[in-house]
Write a protein that binds this ligand. Structure first.
Ligand code: PMP
Ligand code: GLU
Length: 394
């Protein structure tokens, strides 16, 4: 008999992590799978950051850190917010967590009461909806279109607002669409939100540096949104530090204090060695990671060119992050190699089984017509993967 709580029974498994696990399993069985499912840079963490971690170990950083992070790290975060985002935060407004994922889970736990609605422009990052549901919130999906680069318009936002709306969560650059909201587009959303002073905003900026058009803008830069915005960021993507597990927020101090309190009961402070290393990462000029961003940009051109040669892939040009999100709905209803493709999950499974390429179904991101392909892989793997996909579909 299932004795587990309704909470866990109702929770979906993270589709990105599930696909990565499945690819690992098939590889262990000897299958030559190319993994384009996980959003994880394939670079090593830069040496200057690794050296800082080794030094921290040798300096005997081995005790619990303050729950909300070392003061030196919070100061480095404050300097980073000022330097890169023109945002002024003070020490009580910053909380360091075990990855941006925990930052988001903290926010949901401290902000949502049962039935509170959270607007999620689709496609949204896979875990948003389940993190919201875990805190008894209700995700409200707003469908966007490829023609508008998968961005939510002011009219769509306004139409989704109800008396129960508590928050809106979005990422820019967006995982999975790669879309980047311009200052003008954010201002249009802010103009709507101005009329609803009780709605709070989560601006997830974890892909901030992986931006090919330049001009990252933070919602909190608008004076009238600053007191209502929680800026989420982390080092996983830009610094190739996914496994180090450090994320952070800048927020109104009452929200930051609540996140600190929450974390104090469930995890305590984040890993102390990783925190020391992140001080060094954030103090470095962003030019120190430009070689990775340049490489992602080349891979984006490569994958867009290769995909344009396959019938039935409709793809917009992502401006940041390291994903493409093609619409593959023209395959729905078709039978290829004896397999009928009725939806994006079938399509993604077909690619795994017939092309040995792991991708993620768009359904996990709130979009039924697309799949996500991560190009955080070598150019050789990308080229071979798309060749296999083309062959499997022809
Ligand atoms: N937000 C977005 C948009 C992401 O893609 C990720 C990737 N895992 C996260 C948050 C969480 O990042 P992490 O927990 O590794 O800091
Ligand atoms: N954010 C990455 C992704 O979307 C990592 C996996 C995860 O944390 O879910 O694939």
């Amino acid at each position: 008999m299932n004795q587990l709580s309704d909470r866990i029974n109702n929770l979906a498994t993270s589709a990105t992590l599930a696909m990565a696990a499945k690819a690992r399993e098939l590889r262990a069985e000897g299958k030559d799978i190319i993994g384009l499912s996980l959003g994880e840079p394939d670079f090593n963490t830069p040496d200057f950051i690794k050296d800082a971690a080794i030094e921290a170990i040798n300096q005997n950083y081995n005790s619990y850190s303050p729950v909300d992070g070392y003061v030196e790290l919070k100061e480095a975060i404050i300097t980073k917010f000022k330097r890169d985002n023109n945002l002024n935060y003070t020490l009580p407004q910053v909380v360091v967590s075990t990855g941006a994922k925990q930052s988001l889970a903290n926010i949901a736990a401290v902000m949502l009461n049962p039935g509170d609605e959270v607007i999620l422009p689709c496609p949204y990052w896979v875990s948003y909806s389940d993190i919201v549901k875990l805190s008894d919130g209700v995700p409200v999906e707003v469908q966007t279109s490829i023609e508008n680069d998968f961005k939510m318009t002011a009219e769509q936002l306004e139409a989704a607002i109800t008396p129960k709306t508590k928050m809106i969560w979005y990422s820019s650059p967006c995982n999975p669409s790669g879309s980047v909201y311009s200052k003008a587009e954010l201002r249009a959303l802010a103009d709507v939100l101005k009329k609803y002073p009780n709605i709070y905003i989560v601006s997830d900026e974890i892909y901030e540096h992986i931006n090919f058009k330049g001009g990252h803008f933070s919602m909190a830069e608008f004076d009238d949104m600053y007191d209502r915005t929680i800026t989420v960021n982390g080092v996983s993507k830009a610094f190739a530090m996914t496994g180090w597990r450090i994320g952070y927020i800048g927020a109104p101090d009452w929200i930051a204090r609540a996140c600190n309190k929450m974390q104090g009961q469930i995890t305590s402070g984040a890993n102390c060695i990783a925190q020391r290393a992140v001080i060094t990462a954030l103090e470095a000029d962003p030019s120190s990671i430009k070689y990775m961003v340049d490489e992602f940009k080349e891979r984006r051109s490569l994958i867009l060119n290769l995909l344009s040669e396959i019938d039935g892939f409709k793809t917009n040009e992502p401006e940041g992050a390291f994903y493409v999100f093609p619409n593959i709905s023209s395959y729905f209803g078709k039978t290829i190699k004896g397999k009928t493709i009725n939806n994006a999950s079938d399509f993604s499974l077909f690619l795994l089984e017939e092309a040995l390429v792991a991708t993620v179904t768009g359904e996990a991101f709130g979009n039924k017509d697309c799949i996500r392909i991560s190009y955080a892989a070598s150019q050789k793997d990308i080229t071979e993967a798309i060749r296999r996909i083309k062959t499997a579909l022809s």
